[in-house]
Structure formats: structure tokens, C-alpha cells
Design a protein around this ligand. Structure first.
Ligand code: SAJ
Length: 433
């Protein structure tokens, strides 16, 4: 039986470790955080993921999974540690480096090292291999190395770990073959062999494709606002073309993947990655654009109160990482009173209020920033009983505009203005940014 050491027990490492153990491998999970280890040793998971606790419960009984703060000698090492972004928009590889250094004393001839963390291109070749060479083993002869990026969606992790296709990029054919054999234990999707640098780029390109596409949608939204049409309707119609798939505009791009990964390409080739860099800039300035538009809508109101609906980076999740809503709120704080409501966020936030009623009480505008199902179901009749001024600004296109207008609301949809209003110079244009 093969033994596996999984370095890093976050939202990818832990489900991966548990899944391998469930499929008959002997697994040792390693995390530098002793609190994580003590919780896991007691049989409790420290992250939220549907079905994961039950799966751990079933694996604990088989005794095939152990946990610790240090690695042990194994046939395979999987590195799944975070790769955050620094303030100068470059990848922080310190966790990848320290995890690789940590396994050095345990490596034996024939071992396989698989990097799963998302990394800039050439990280395996230029960072991992020089460290692994310090083991004294011949890379590619005694020690095999590959990159197989995780591509799963939180919330559907256990399902996608098994069903998604996997890209397997070895530093040589033998490394690729060994890695394919490893994941064949549970992966039902296809396995696509390639080299390590291509595999690194594939992962980054997937998320960059989405970022660039969303930037286009956001740019079109600002153009729509300026020249007078409904961008949502236009995108919808354009997407009836069989080869067109324009994404959705919004208040910006959040999460720890799409807002981050394009920078990993940019840092390697800044003078060439022009669309990549510009798209990041467009998406990063969307929260400022939204805040400016909200202020414009309230310019006649004295001592305004803004009711912000949604802090999470996307609908129906409880994750605030890189959320554009945080920037919108920051921009509006000096301008008016701001109250925030998000039914999914349990964490403390200085402006967050507990109830929806508290949030909208005497508010002059409802500003929808996240497409949670709860906000789609809002009733204008109920809401208007609490508000001082009836204005709603929807940045996600989730409300029925006609219904809200019929209830007496002035409705602003991001990326929608009519030509008459523009001629009267009521709305500002994107060029005023
Ligand atoms: N967004 C838009 N317009 C859109 C789609 C999304 O503004 O048309 C915004 C969302 O509101 C959100 C952000 O983009 O703020 C990102 O959301 P998402 O659902 O597109 O992506 P993530 O970050 O939850 O997950 C992505 C996925 N990658 C792709 O779909 C190519 C997932 O499969 C990856 O595993 C994950 O990144 C990752 O870990 O890299």
C-alpha cells in the first residue's frame, strides 16, 4: 500500500487527504497550526464543507489517516499550502518553500512530490526543484516531481475532486505517469498529461479567462451607463450567438482565486500581459465606480443613510475574502451613514447589523452588492415601510425593476441608463472616473 503525506490541511489539502484515505491509502496529514492538528486528531474538521465531517468520521474508524505538525517518511508528498498575494501583487511562495524544505529530511529514492497549490509559471522548475535537489537525490531519476493544480469549487468540493478532469504536469514522463497512477485511485474525470510549466499556466489561464471576460462585461456596463442602453439585455442577446459567452458585470471581482491568479501571470511578463493587467485594473476599480454612482444618486439627500445588502464576494457563500463589497463600503463610509446586512456572514464586521430591519430603517438607498437568494426575494412593499427615501441600486441585476418602480422606487441598475436622463446630465459618465 502506498503511503502519502499531505502538506497543508486547508480547504484543498484536508479533503484530498481524507479522500485518499477513504480510497485505501495510508495518509499522514501535516499542518503547521497545532490547533488544526489537535482538532483533527479529535476527529473534528476545522473548515466548512458539505459531507466532509461524515467522510472523516468513516475514515477515522479505518485508522488509515493520521495527523501531525511534522511530515513522516512516505512514498508520495502532496503540497497543498496557501499561495497568497503580497501588497506588490506578486505571489508569496514562502509556504510552498517551507513545506518543501520540511519534507527534505524524509525523502527516499523513488518518492514522488506533487505540488497542488496555485503558483506562478516556472515555480516547479525554478523554486521547487532547486530546494528538492538539496536532498542529494537525482531529480527525475531518484525523485519524481509534478504539478497537478486543484480546480474544485468550494461547496462542491468532494464531488468535484472526483468528477473533474485533472491536468498532470510532470517534470518528465515518469513523474507524470506516477502522478496519473496516484490520482487514478479516486479521480473519475479524465487525466491530461503535460509538463509542469504548462500545468501551472493552465490553472492560471482558467481563472484569467474569467477575469478578462468579467472585465469586458464591466467595461461594457460603464459604456452602457454613459451612452444609454441596458448592458444586461445587450449581453443576454449577444450570448444567443453560438460562439459568444460574455460574463456578467458587477461591483467587482472577489474571492481568493480569480482576483489573485491573473497577477501570477502578470508578475512573470508584465510588459506582455497587457490585457491581463488592464482587466485586473478594470475589475479592481468597479467598487469605486459603484460607490461614486451611489453618491450621485444621493446628491440631493441631506445626511443620507445607505443600506448595503451583501458583504460576501458572491451569492450564497459566507466568504468575504477580496470581496468588492468591502471596498464599496469603505468608500461610502465618509460620505454617509452606512449599515450592512448579510445573512450568510457570521464573522464580526464593524458596520454589520444583525437584522434586515435595522439595516433599512430610515435608509435613503438600498445598495445590492451580493446576489444572495434572500435578496432576490425582497418585497418592495415591505421594504418601503422602513425606508426614508425609495431608491434601490442593484449591481447584480437580481430585482424585478418594473415591480420596484410600480411601488414608487427610483431604480438604478448597474450598466443601465436611458438616453433621456443622460441628455439631462443626471447621471455621470465613466469618463468622470
Ligand atoms: N463574477 C462576476 N461576473 C461573472 C462571474 C463571476 O462579477 O460573470 C464575480 C463573482 O461575483 C465573484 C468573482 O467573480 O466575486 C469570482 O467568482 P466565481 O464564481 O467566478 O469563481 P470562484 O473564485 O468562486 O472559483 C474559481 C473557479 N474557477 C473557474 O470557474 C475558472 C473554480 O473552479 C476554481 O477552483 C477556483 O476559482 C480556484 O480555486 O481557483
Amino acid at each position: 500500500m502506498k503511503t502519502i503525506c499531505v502538506m497543508g490541511l486547508g480547504y484543498i489539502g484536508l479533503p484530498t487527504a481524507i479522500t485518499f484515505a477513504k480510497h485505501g491509502m495510508k495518509v499522514h496529514g501535516v499542518d503547521v497550526n497545532p490547533l488544526v492538528i489537535s482538532k483533527l486528531t479529535k476527529g473534528e474538521i476545522h473548515i466548512e464543507e458539505p459531507g466532509l465531517q461524515e467522510m472523516l468520521d468513516s475514515v477515522v474508524l479505518t485508522k488509515s489517516l493520521t495527523f501531525g505538525t511534522a511530515p513522516i517518511t512516505s512514498d508520495v508528498y502532496i503540497i497543498s499550502v496557501p499561495t497568497p498575494i503580497t501588497s506588490d501583487k506578486t505571489a508569496d511562495l514562502s509556504y510552498v518553500k517551507s513545506a518543501t524544505i520540511a519534507i527534505l529530511p524524509y525523502l527516499k529514492p523513488g518518492a514522488l512530490v506533487v505540488l497542488e497549490s496555485t503558483v506562478p509559471p516556472r515555480t516547479v522548475e525554478d523554486t521547487l526543484i532547486p530546494i528538492l535537489s538539496q536532498s542529494g537525490l537525482e531529480i527525475g531519476e531518484d525523485l519524481y516531481v509534478s504539478h497537478s493544480p486543484e480546480r474544485v469549487l468550494p461547496g462542491k468540493l468532494l464531488e468535484e475532486l472526483i468528477s473533474n478532469d485533472r491536468v498532470i504536469g510532470g517534470i518528465n514522463d515518469k513523474s507524470t505517469e506516477m502522478t496519473i497512477e496516484l490520482y487514478s485511485q479516486f479521480v473519475k474525470g479524465r487525466m491530461h498529461p503535460t509538463d509542469a510549466t504548462t500545468a501551472e499556466m493552465v490553472k492560471l489561464m482558467e481563472n484569467t479567462y474569467r477575469d478578462v471576460n468579467i472585465a469586458l462585461a464591466n467595461e461594457l456596463a460603464m459604456i452602457a451607463q454613459s451612452i444609454g442602453f441596458n448592458v444586461w439585455e445587450a449581453i443576454n442577446l449577444a450570448n444567443y450567438h453560438p460562439r459568444v459567452n460574455i460574463h456578467k458585470p458587477g461591483p467587482g471581482v472577489g474571492g481568493h482565486c480569480i482576483a489573485v491568479d491573473p497577477w501570477f501571470i502578470y508578475e512573470q511578463a508584465p510588459s506582455l500581459a497587457k490585457i491581463v493587467g488592464t482587466s485586473r485594473e478594470i475589475n479592481d476599480q468597479m467598487p469605486l465606480y459603484v460607490a461614486k454612482l451611489a453618491k450621485e444618486l444621493l446628491k440631493e439627500t441631506s445626511t443620507p443613510k445607505i443600506a448595503v445588502l451583501g458583504l460576501a464576494f458572491k451569492g450564497n457563500v459566507d466568504d468575504m475574502r477580496e470581496s468588492p463589497a468591502l471596498t464599496v463600503v469603505k468608500e461610502l463610509k465618509d460620505f454617509s451613514t452606512v449599515a450592512v446586512f448579510d445573512p450568510h456572514i457570521k464573522q464580526e464586521h464593524t458596520l454589520k447589523v444583525e437584522t434586515f430591519e435595522q439595516c433599512i430603517e430610515n435608509a435613503d438607498i438600498l445598495l445590492i452588492l451580493t446576489d444572495h437568494d434572500e435578496f432576490k426575494a425582497l418585497s418592495p412593499e415591505t421594504v418601503s415601510r422602513f425606508m426614508r427615501t425609495k431608491i434601490i441600486f442593484d449591481t447584480r441585476n437580481i430585482i424585478d425593476i418594473k415591480r420596484w418602480e410600480e411601488s414608487g422606487f427610483k431604480v438604478q441598475l448597474l450598466g443601465n441608463s436611458n438616453v433621456r436622463e443622460i441628455k439631462n446630465n443626471i447621471l455621470f459618465t465613466s469618463s468622470s472616473l
